[in-house]
Design a protein around this ligand. Structure first.
Ligand SMILES: [Zn+2]
Length: 144
């Protein structure tokens, strides 16, 4: 095998990553199949972990049946007394709240790792759209 041929081989390998008509390589198919096989257990596990985290934070027992895992198994969501919590695969837990001013949209709190973090998200954290902040400011001026 000459060095010219090796260069050719390298060149065609780089091109393989680009065209969409090429069939997926074996390792790609294997990885995707592995993901798809692990998906049902992964989604159930995520719901159970979220229920367990809620129990630690609130003392309330939420059934994992009441938690919802998204189709891709990336996150699970559950509501407790009107508070929505979202757990990401990998362990990040956040609270979800709408804009404190216009009550639309969905904002995620800083990561919650213990009850004190949860208390901050519940009691102090007030998400706002940028425009809503501006409106707040002009309201204050109008009041003056
Ligand atoms: Zn808003």
């Amino acid at each position: 095998m000459s060095s010219t041929q090796m260069q050719d081989k390298a060149g065609s390998t780089m091109m393989l990553a680009v065209p969409e008509t090429e069939q997926a390589a074996g390792w790609q198919v294997q990885a995707i199949e592995k993901y798809e096989r692990s998906l049902p257990a992964g989604r159930a596990g995520l719901r159970e972990e979220l229920a367990a985290r809620i129990l630690v934070l609130t003392g309330l027992r939420v059934s994992s049946e009441d938690a919802y895992a998204d189709a891709s198994g990336r996150l699970a969501v559950a509501g407790v007394d009107g508070t929505t919590l979202r757990l990401y695969r990998g362990g990040d837990l956040v609270m979800v709240r709408s804009c404190a001013y216009c009550e639309t949209g969905r904002f995620e709190s800083p990561q919650i790792s213990d009850v004190a973090d949860f208390g901050y998200a519940l009691g102090v954290w007030r998400p706002l759209h940028e425009d809503c902040e501006d409106q707040d400011g002009s309201e204050n001026l109008a009041g003056w």
